[in-house]
Design a protein around this ligand. Structure first.
Ligand SMILES: Cc1cc2nc3c(=O)[nH]c(=O)nc-3n(C[C@H](O)[C@H](O)[C@H](O)COP(=O)(O)O)c2cc1C
Length: 223
């Protein structure tokens, strides 16, 4: 195991400070293949349906390929922004004019411009397609990859690295599959995760709704 680059975090600190990293990626510092594979080894300790382990991970560290991948991400982002403007009724939230919303928008825009500079781009995939599956099967398939992805982010954090959970390119999933040779008909991409060492290692807990507002004990209350 590669030694921790940051002071050991308690489990609670790790869980509360693993943030989406966009503006604090160190694009100049290389990330070795060894450390990525080490984090994936830990990631794959995650629960998954019937222990089928249908996960496979595409890891992109080639500079030309990163540029091509980032171009698709940017095109998908442009599509999404256009869609938000033309059909705001399809989205639960479109007003990001408060301070936190503006900060997030600036960070999203920064990552959008600089995605190709992240030393490694990771695309987790799982076997099968969910478009016509029952809710049970959808939950089983997505639930067999997402815990591993989050484990991966925790493992990165504990080694002084970080990532951003992104899904925007999935609106152009087939185009990405064609670029990277992923067999689209029987393999689903779960997102795109740029990986880099973080600039500084101190991160704060995120803003979240209080637990009292979101729990229902014994019986659903309200609407
Ligand atoms: C399912 C999912 C999809 C996301 N997609 C994107 C994305 O496409 N681009 C991006 O910059 N951030 C994306 N994010 C990051 C969220 O904006 C971020 O998690 C949220 O603002 C909370 O910030 P935190 O992770 O630092 O607590 C996504 C996060 C999740 C969980």
């Amino acid at each position: 195991m590669v030694s921790n680059e940051i002071p050991a975090l308690t489990p609670d600190e790790l869980l509360t400070t693993t943030r989406t990293i966009r503006k604090r990626m160190d694009f100049e510092r290389p990330v070795s293949r060894d450390v990525i594979e080490e984090c994936l080894t830990l990631a794959m300790q995650a629960p998954n349906g019937s222990n089928m382990q249908s996960w496979e991970w595409l890891l992109i560290d080639d500079a030309d390929m990163r540029c091509k991948v980032a171009d698709i991400y940017r095109a998908a982002m442009a599509d999404h922004i256009r869609e938000l403007q033309e059909h705001p009724e399809n989205y639960p939230k479109t007003d990001y004019s408060d301070e936190a919303g503006q900060r997030m928008f600036a960070a999203v825009a920064y990552l959008n411009e600089n995605l190709h500079r992240a030393p490694v781009l990771v695309i987790p995939t799982f076997g099968g397609r969910t478009e016509t599956a029952s809710v049970f099967l959808q939950a089983s398939m997505w639930g067999s990859i997402l815990p591993a992805v989050w484990n991966f982010m925790l493992a990165l954090r504990s080694r002084g690295m970080g990532s951003a959970w992104t899904t925007i390119h999935l609106n152009r999933e087939r185009e990405m599959a064609d670029l990277l040779g992923i067999p689209f008909a029987n393999r689903t991409q779960a997102g795109l995760f740029p990986v880099a060492y973080t600039l500084g290692t101190s991160f704060k807990p995120g803003r979240r709704r209080p637990v009292q507002e979101v729990v229902h004990w014994n019986r659903w209350q309200g609407r």
